[in-house]
Design a protein around this ligand. Structure first.
Ligand code: G3P
Ligand code: MG
Length: 346
């Protein structure tokens, strides 16, 4: 076997290669595991003909809850133990911006969840669309807060507050009202609600946790995602102001996300398997050519040919079509992807 086995119970750990998995459309669809995913995880944990365990991490563009909460859920779905030390979601890198802005608007997700995620990241003053509607319900003519939203929202006099940045953490549950509030801020004088800029160039910056225009949920066909909100916001802003809006997206295919993933994998291999050298190959298994395959291929160019893209047919990409970005291999399911990597190694 290649590489030095570093520890043994019944099986040894491969020090040579590793896997990174996208989640939606590869392991999970609409909250339920893709059946082959459970078997694929078992294979990585030693149930394979080579008698090896192979380290792996998860890199999803999804989000909307804390990393710890998502890992607990993933552990149940996949029947394995998943630790935050092997997990990155779309908003994880936003953690590094907590000191750059004081008061921020956080958009998306269920209830108060994203506010809690942002506060957990260290953001000092987190405002939600609900807070703004509670302060002035004329903000969104067609959206009234539910009783529990009203109770949770924190009203204050927003005429006196400067919102310094907008972070879209997870999918908006109400595009129309969230869009209205984001546009109000973008067209304001320095992020102060109730004002209008004469020049439309003094609004706060907007950050999206990823840019997937479509994604794979429980419906047979792909569903629109956060990237679609981004496209819509940019074109609405232009229609209203005549100016172009520049926004920033994190997540895959951004190189920063793959660099982050490399550091995470390195730490994970060291802490849990005692391996202190980079793997010779990282097999990245994804379903979305535009984010997973594009990102892996581009990153690979700067990473000594270390990252190897595998496209599956259980999510966004469908059999019989041509992907816009060409993977090193295309297979049917995540189980085939794990087998493909192992067969290449031995
Ligand atoms: O909203 C999540 C979706 O756009 C993609 O998630 O796991 O396929 O990166 P994932
Ligand atoms: Mg996916």
């Amino acid at each position: 076997l290649p590489g030095t086995p570093t520890s043994t119970d019944e099986s040894s750990v491969s020090s040579d290669y590793a896997y990174a998995f996208d989640i939606d459309g590869v392991l999970i669809r609409g909250g339920r595991p893709i059946p082959e995913a459970i078997e694929a995880m078992k294979m990585l944990n030693g149930e394979n003909e080579y008698g090896v365990k192979v380290p792996y991490i998860f890199v999803t563009n999804g989000g909307g809850k804390t990393e710890a909460e998502r890992c607990l859920q993933l552990s149940q779905q996949l029947e394995i133990e998943v630790s935050p030390g092997q997990f990155i979601c779309g908003h994880t890198p936003m953690r590094e911006m907590a000191d750059a802005y004081k008061t921020v608007l956080v958009v998306g997700g269920e209830g108060e969840k994203c506010r809690h995620v942002a506060e957990g990241y260290g953001f000092k003053d987190v405002v939600t669309p609900g807070d703004i509607i509670k302060d002035n319900q004329d903000t969104t003519p067609f959206r009234k807060l539910t009783e529990s939203e009203y109770a949770d929202s924190r009203a204050r006099n927003f005429a006196e507050v400067e919102i310094e940045a907008i972070f879209v953490f997870a999918d908006s549950r109400d595009w129309a009202s969230d869009t209205q509030i984001i546009l109000d801020l973008l067209m304001s004088k320095n992020g102060r609600l109730g004002t209008r800029s004469d020049t439309f160039d003094e609004g706060p910056p907007v950050f999206f946790s990823h840019n997937d225009v479509v994604w794979s949920a429980s419906h047979d066909l792909t569903r629109i995602g956060m990237g679609a909100l981004r496209v819509s916001l940019e074109s609405m802003y232009e229609a209203i102001t005549g100016k172009q809006l520049k926004t920033t997206a994190f997540g895959k295919p951004q190189m920063g996300t793959f660099q982050f993933a490399t550091r995470l994998l390195q730490q994970w291999r060291k802490d849990t398997h005692g391996i202190d050298a980079p793997p010779s190959t990282v097999y990245f298994v994804g379903d979305t050519p535009e984010s997973d395959i594009r990102g892996t291929n581009e990153y690979n160019k700067t990473a000594d040919n270390q990252w190897y893209s595998i496209l599956v047919e259980t999510g966004v990409f469908q059999q019989g079509t041509t992907p816009r970005f060409t993977p090193k291999a295309t297979v049917n399911t995540v189980l085939d992807a794990v087998k493909h990597g192992m067969e290449r190694e031995y």
